[in-house]
Design a protein. Sequence first.
Lengths: 423, 423
Amino acid sequence: MSKANNPQLKSWVEVKPGSDFPIQNLPFGIFRTAETNARAGVAIGEYILDLAEIASAGLFNLSLEQKVSFSHPMLNPFIDMGKSTTNAVRARISDLLNSENSELRDNAELRAKALIKQSDAEMQKPLWILNYTDFYSSKEHATNVGIMFRDPANALLPNWKHLPVGYHGRASSIVVSGTPIHRPKGQTKADDAPMPSFGPSELLDFELEMGFITGKRTKLGTSISTAEAEDYIFGMVLFNDWSARDIQKWEYVPLGPFLAKNFGSTMSPWIVTMEALEPFRIESPTQEPEVLPYLKFEGKKNFDINLEVEIIPENGKGKTVSKSNFKYMYWNMAQQLAHHTSNGCNIQVGDLYASGTISGPTPDSYGSMLEISWQGKNPITMPDGTERKFILDNDTVVMKGYCEKDGVRIGFGECSGKILPAL
Amino acid sequence: MSKANNPQLKSWVEVKPGSDFPIQNLPFGIFRTAETNARAGVAIGEYILDLAEIASAGLFNLSLEQKVSFSHPMLNPFIDMGKSTTNAVRARISDLLNSENSELRDNAELRAKALIKQSDAEMQKPLWILNYTDFYSSKEHATNVGIMFRDPANALLPNWKHLPVGYHGRASSIVVSGTPIHRPKGQTKADDAPMPSFGPSELLDFELEMGFITGKRTKLGTSISTAEAEDYIFGMVLFNDWSARDIQKWEYVPLGPFLAKNFGSTMSPWIVTMEALEPFRIESPTQEPEVLPYLKFEGKKNFDINLEVEIIPENGKGKTVSKSNFKYMYWNMAQQLAHHTSNGCNIQVGDLYASGTISGPTPDSYGSMLEISWQGKNPITMPDGTERKFILDNDTVVMKGYCEKDGVRIGFGECSGKILPAL
């Protein structure tokens, strides 16, 4: 176990019970305040540690170029320095925030500049996402969709258990948590309609996903093995792959989802490092039939991350509609990256790879309204008595995620988005 | 007609008959020589005009920031200035190269610095491609594929004539003409095989396409009408959407092509501006049934661009295997962009939107080996007597494109790529 993960560590910054951001977490993000431009920070309790201030005070043993990266409005230059640097920075931040370390604790002037209340800051999109791929790696989700849209007896398509199915998504329309999204308009066609029509989507859905961010690039033509894959992963976020089911149904043959997805996707602002997630590794589900050699792996490659989704109507009380877990993933991240590069496709620093909807085995753990309401057949009742088959205008969908073990809770914060009426 | 398109214009730089780059063209690209870093240039005859040198000599009436953009290794900052600037720059270059203008013609010192033989330069990828979308807009191509893989009686899927089908591709693996690509490995499964296997693709294909580059951004949630669309398009390139048919067949349900495409795509280095293509507008094919209002358009939105594909074996004689034309496109670029943004998806500066394979009505105008050899049933015979059903190792595929009218030929140069054996 790395020193920074020690459950005994305490910070001199107050961390309330149930906080997502104890000293064992230290996720990276980009924030802005009324006084400062967008810059890099680390979450601790209810505060953000301003890394540009810490660097400029000389508390990091880094080159000038490395220090300057913290003043950049995107984390790409920082992540691009590689794990040797990013892990050293995380370890040093852990030292600086440690209750036994007086360097920052007893420097009132610097502390006042470098420690910002999260409530006084606005979180930004943490990085420039160069390429975005979405996988389809939850067996329960793929099975549910197959039962609904194809054939209950053969719910999974023949390729599904042989490779992690994935497709390219739109990088430009990924927004940070808190950014409202307008209900998309688009072409749809009812089965019994003679012609398609154009208008606001009537079947707007969320998809509960997680995404990982690559921090190391490859050269076109080369591949990454499952054993090497985790070295390429900087960290993880929560991800809502908003989906317009009616647009998707009409457009998606034969080349896949397009306008049903690219009107917006929401990511959480804090990137939790793979190092912080290390204690939460667990065994993967058994893969049967046996996978091809390039997809075989050793060790614990799944992660036990509790996930939940709440729908909050405007001025109303919210309802938790799903409790799932990232551990259910049939295909793990190492397999996804090995598969993605098996043909030589090159990876860049700042790519986002999303999991696909993460559904568990029971209806209360399904990761989309399509599954939860089973195509609208089983609407859920909200605290105010209204029903939800899909997402209504002015609903806010909030996703949360956290690991918990030995009294330490490593959380992801929120991935939240409000749906505004179509323009 | 803009002054720069006047067929009577002559340059003091020699332009041989049949050249792609007369003074009426002036496409933009990024080049490098043994002496200079990557920078912006314009093609004229067999030469490149070094725009950084011209700018630093004070021959452009531009701000310092605008001048500096020519020293950038990507065209994004230049294109981002908008059409008012890029068109003014093109008009000024037209003046400077005009045989009647002495400013550069008679300045031997500057001319020696600013005019570089194309054979002394290496063309680079001209821009950082932020998002890449591939459409599927040739009716002949979609019909051929439908006949081969689905149902000859219902070759086009129900949505095809109602919307320009498209999907997201991988931006990271787009390379510039001249970059060799290794044959991809991947999972494939023969229909009669009990299990898939992994190895080099045996059905490697080209796809003859063109792509347009956006030079203006939109805000998430907003749409572009067909009337506004061309204002967002900076220019066009030739595009080879290399495709591994055996990988595609196994992987592509239900979410579309992925590893069958993202091992590499090749673009031509010179971006021909929409202004240079203006004289070559022609009527679009009739669209029947009538399209929805947001896809209707006025005026000539197709372009008469001759296209051809040659396969050249190593140390052997090449064979032209396709002669097609961009005018065959059923869905035009204005419709593609209107559809892409109809749901609010945002456009960035430096996105590439490819047409999909451009097949004409006759077998000699098909845009892929899949169609030309009809799934390998009709192999073509090369000059050396060997056969081609698909692309073999060490074959080079060369795409060319040009418009011609009133004695003016506006060409795209080459989009060339050699397939190396799998690694």
